[in-house]
Design a protein around this ligand. Structure first.
Ligand SMILES: Nc1nc2c(c(=O)[nH]1)N[C@H]1C(S)=C(S)[C@@H](COP(=O)(O)O)O[C@H]1N2
Ligand SMILES: [Mo]
Length: 198
């Protein structure tokens, strides 16, 4: 392992496979709706809500930010897990800095994706050091079906929290259940305690 890689702590467990999961070497494609077309000239990412300075980043802005690498496992609520993923992208804490920090009332994050899909996280889960906006996976740019050009990766929660085609990150005082969270999925999604459905 390269020395500059952030190791997601769940990869250090003696048993890396959470209860009810089975391993796959493949990387399935799962999402609701259709894959959006990426136009680098028009793509934007909006940081907004309870931040000191709202910001809208272009694809060039995002590409110019420092990159981190994260080594993590994937656990999909549909029971497949894929170990040993190397992600590269921009740390969520870099986004917080760009927006001048959060206002003290900020407690939740509403992540917005192309086509109106959303997911919700606590501020604490969103800023764990292994959470990033990923642009590459295992050394290759993330392709459109897997959320390219930019997807969120939240290694310690079920993979539905890892929004593909991210367009906005909104900080809120109140929790706003996302697309799957308002359709029966668990609000939090810890794979180790099987927070699958609610
Ligand atoms: N924008 C968006 N992101 C999404 C989804 C979606 O429907 N739309 N599905 C989620 C679910 S349920 C899963 S399991 C993972 C699948 O990611 P993959 O297709 O790269 O394996 O994406 C998550 N992110
Ligand atoms: Mo999923």
């Amino acid at each position: 392992m390269e020395s500059d890689v952030i190791i997601s702590p769940d990869t250090l467990r003696r048993n890396r496979v959470p209860p009810g999961q089975r391993l796959t070497d493949r990387w399935p494609v799962l999402h609701y709706g259709s894959v959006p077309r990426f136009d680098p000239a028009r793509w934007t990412l909006r940081l907004w809500g309870l931040v000191a300075m709202e910001k809208t980043l272009t694809y060039d802005d995002l590409s110019a930010l420092p990159r981190v690498k994260v080594f993590s496992d994937i656990h999909c609520v549909t029971t497949w897990s894929r170990l040993d993923n190397l992600w590269e992208g921009v740390s969520t804490s870099a986004l917080r800095d760009l927006a001048g920090g959060l206002l003290p009332e900020a407690r939740f994050v509403n992540v917005q994706a192309a086509g109106g899909w959303t997911t919700n996280l606590t501020v604490d889960d969103f800023f764990q050091p292994d959470v990033l906006l990923a642009m590459a996976h295992d050394g290759e740019a993330i392709d459109a079906p897997h959320g390219g050009p930019v997807r969120l990766v939240v290694p310690r929660l079920y993979f539905w929290k890892s929004a593909k085609w991210v367009t906005g990150v909104q900080f809120t005082h109140q929790d706003m259940p996302g697309f799957w969270e308002s359709r029966g999925y668990h609000n939090h999604g810890d794979p180790w305690t099987e927070e699958r459905y609610s």
